[in-house]
Ligand binder design. Structure first.
Ligand code: GAL
Length: 333
């Protein structure tokens, strides 16, 4: 009897170990909370993006620090918190994040500078240019009323920075608000952003050094009013998860698919399933992270905004399930 129990325990243990081993990485890092870094301090990296480089994941995000205030005279919930620049954290397992300091620093009391704490610095994303050997950061640069609507660009020799700010641009004279950055398998890179007063998204090919927009761009999701683009590619297809436009308040996500990044893109509906799917489980997407070495394993990274105290905003990381053209994100609860 003793041996039978021992046998069952061993086999059971092996089965469990096997199950854990085969669990997608995205499953094991899913979370909905304030994340802590390796020093036990809250991770301050909102509207985040992740770069994978030489075995290390680098997480970049907006540093939100200070008192939240409401910009007067706006007809929407224009809550603001001082821009703290762009943070950087690194990890090799997507669970333990080491604070690598401020990748892009801000300045104070210089309203002429786009890096002043009184400006908007949002949704930073970083990619590596293998030819120039530079790390290139793009971000949404704006004024408090969001009327400037520009893409800011910065470079560094090291992934964690310091990044040197090169200035900002309206690609092809068009507005750029919520944005993301995508480097394709062929090394070409694209900016994807809400344009035309947030009514239509644009996909713009960047120059070979990734520092400038080119004239090659397309209008996608025309008049669909989408924000917070998060893109990934799987089995040669492109997937783009977006939110609706309701400021810091959550709304329903949608995803579109395309065979070519320039389109045509077709909307497929809300990928979220389960309780609170209609509000993206209280979150808004920021990035979709492909887990390195695990094809098909993706993490949806979103923000749970606390609009009246933005510094206290939390995160939602969930696995994405992809099956052919179908994408699903399930409530972890
Ligand atoms: C959201 C956007 C955020 C931020 C906010 C300002 O819709 O996704 O990045 O810009 O509006 O209210």
């Amino acid at each position: 009897m003793k041996y039978i129990i021992l046998f069952i325990l061993i086999i059971g243990g092996k089965a469990l170990a096997f199950a854990n081993h085969h669990k997608p990485v995205s499953d094991t890092v899913s979370t909905s909370q304030i994340l802590l870094d390796t020093e036990g301090k809250p991770i301050n990296a909102h509207g985040a993006g992740v770069l994978y480089h030489e075995g290390v994941y680098y997480l970049f995000g907006e540093i939100k620090k200070g008192k939240t205030w409401l910009v007067p005279g706006q007809n929407w919930e224009d809550y603001r918190v001082p821009a703290g620049g762009v943070s950087c954290y690194s990890s090799t397992d997507l669970k333990h994040w080491k604070n690598r300091g401020v990748a892009l620093k801000v300045v104070t009391n210089d309203t002429s500078s786009e890096l002043d704490t009184g400006r908007v610095i949002e949704r930073p994303k970083v990619i590596y240019n293998a030819t120039t050997k530079k790390f290139v950061m793009w971000l949404h640069s704006d004024k408090n009323d969001y009327r400037a609507s520009k893409g800011g660009v910065a470079v560094s020799d090291k992934p964690w920075g310091p990044y040197r700010y090169l200035g900002s641009v309206k690609p092809n004279g068009q507005m750029l608000r919520d944005m993301t950055l995508f480097k394709d398998d062929d090394g070409k890179a694209y900016l994807i952003y809400s344009s035309e007063e947030n009514s239509t998204m644009h996909v713009c090919l960047l120059s070979a050094d990734y520092l400038k927009p080119t004239k090659t761009y397309s209008r996608i999701l025309i008049k669909e009013n989408r924000e917070s683009p998060a893109i990934f590619k799987h089995n040669g297809k492109y997937f783009l998860v977006t939110s609706g436009c309701s400021g810091w308040s959550p709304n329903a996500a949608d995803y579109a698919i395309a065979d070519h990044i320039m389109g045509p893109w077709t909307q497929q509906g809300n990928p979220c399933k389960g309780l609170n799917a209609g509000s993206t489980f209280s979150a808004q997407g920021a990035f979709i992270l492909p887990v390195y070495g695990k094809p098909g394993d993706f993490i949806f990274m979103g923000d749970i905004w606390n609009k009246t105290d933005l510094e206290k905003s939390a995160y939602l990381w969930l696995p994405i399930h992809v099956n052919g053209d179908k994408v699903e994100i399930h409530n972890s609860k």
